[in-house]
Design a binder for this molecule. Structure first.
Ligand SMILES: Cc1cc2nc3c(=O)[nH]c(=O)nc-3n(C[C@H](O)[C@H](O)[C@H](O)COP(=O)(O)OP(=O)(O)OC[C@H]3O[C@@H](n4cnc5c(N)ncnc54)[C@H](O)[C@@H]3O)c2cc1C
Length: 312
């Protein structure tokens, strides 16, 4: 719950761009999630900075949500302010081999910009749903290509909204599906990425090829949060879960996808508890049969509000 003084301060700062008690199921790709105390969508960087200052002043926790494509929000929702950057979405080509992008720009917008300008290098990310901020925070990638391979520098706003720091690639600790070492609560607001001037038709053809491959191998027409588990060294989480016979396993309306076992899909009214049940089931069975403990890739956010999963 947000107190009256903090609520007033948020209203003064953002007017209609802040809403209260917003179900996050509307803002996550799994279509699951309890309410955010407040959901804020600042219109530009200056407003974001003012918002963070208000949150710091009133001791409100801040959670940044990108496109919500790799998160599982529990039924109890998220306390404090959830910030979305979708109005920070400017993209420009700042050198023949460089694009400057604001963190709220979506995968679709970035891909359209690069294809229409004939800029190669980011095709691998075309089918990774999300925003630039989420791509960077997760070091998103496919195969051997990840965001770390294309980043030149990142602009970070500190958690009090007071200072923006530009960090060059060499100062960034990218790891497997993670950008480590950032000050907790700091927000990625923009980045410069490396591209290669090329031919529009070739960029388009590569994007189409990768999207087509994804359609064949992932349940992209069903609500999911992408890969649930990180791949353990030298193996694939999907292969391990399939090998222990859990493809198609269900808890409520959540199911371990029959298309790709490292995806959990929501058949309609699945809850976070259902998904957490499947996560525990897969982790327990894979550990029991192989000795490998799977770690989650999906970010589990918020607080629980219902009884714990009954192990089945
Ligand atoms: C069908 C499907 C396929 C997918 N395929 C892939 C794939 O091939 N490869 C892959 O790597 N991922 C994949 N994913 C997962 C997801 O697309 C990526 O993790 C993506 O980077 C998430 O971006 P997002 O903006 O939605 O971030 P969110 O899911 O909203 O957030 C993820 C994390 O990033 C943090 N974050 C977001 N924005 C910022 C910011 N501006 N500043 C600081 N922190 C921030 C959030 O706090 C959260 O901790 C897939 C997901 C789906 C649903």
């Amino acid at each position: 719950m947000i107190g009256a003084a903090a609520r007033e301060a948020l209203d003064r700062c953002l007017a209609e761009r802040v809403e209260f008690d917003v179900p996050l199921s509307r803002h996550t790709s799994l279509r699951i999630g309890g309410p955010a105390d407040a959901l804020a969508t600042p219109s530009d960087r200056a407003e974001l900075a003012r918002l963070l200052a208000v949150c710091a002043e009133h001791a409100l926790p801040v959670t940044v949500l990108g496109g919500g494509f790799n998160v599982l929000v529990r039924e109890g929702g998220i306390r404090g302010v959830v910030v979305r950057l979708r109005k920070l979405r400017r993209i420009e080509q700042t050198a023949p081999d460089q694009v400057a992008i604001e963190a709220g720009a979506s995968h679709a917008t970035i891909t359209r910009f690069c294809t229409s300008h004939g800029l190669a290098g980011l095709e691998f990310a075309a089918g990774i749903p999300g925003t630039l901020g989420g791509w960077l925070a997760m070091n998103a990638g496919i195969g051997v290509r990840e965001m770390k391979d294309v980043v030149r520098e990142i602009d970070l706003l500190d958690r009090k909204g007071q200072a923006t720091t530009t960090l060059p690639r060499a100062a960034l600790d990218f790891r497997y599906r993670e950008l480590a070492g950032l000050e907790p609560g700091s927000v990625i607001v923009a980045a410069r990425l490396e591209v290669t001037p090329g031919e529009r038709s070739k960029v388009e053809a590569e994007v189409d090829r990768l999207l087509e491959q994804r359609h064949r191998t992932q349940p992209i027409d069903q609500p999911s949060c992408g890969s649930v588990f990180r791949n353990p060294p030298g193996d694939h989480a999907g292969r391990l879960i399939e090998a222990v016979g859990l493809k198609g396993s269900r808890a409520g309306a959540a199911e371990i996808s029959t298309v790709h076992a490292n995806f959990i899909v929501n058949h309609g009214d699945a809850t976070a508890t259902d998904v957490l049940c499947l996560i525990e089931r897969a982790r327990d069975l894979v550990a029991a049969r192989t000795g490998i403990r799977l770690e989650t890739e999906v970010k589990i956010l918020g607080v629980a509000a219902s009884p714990k999963c009954e192990r089945g």
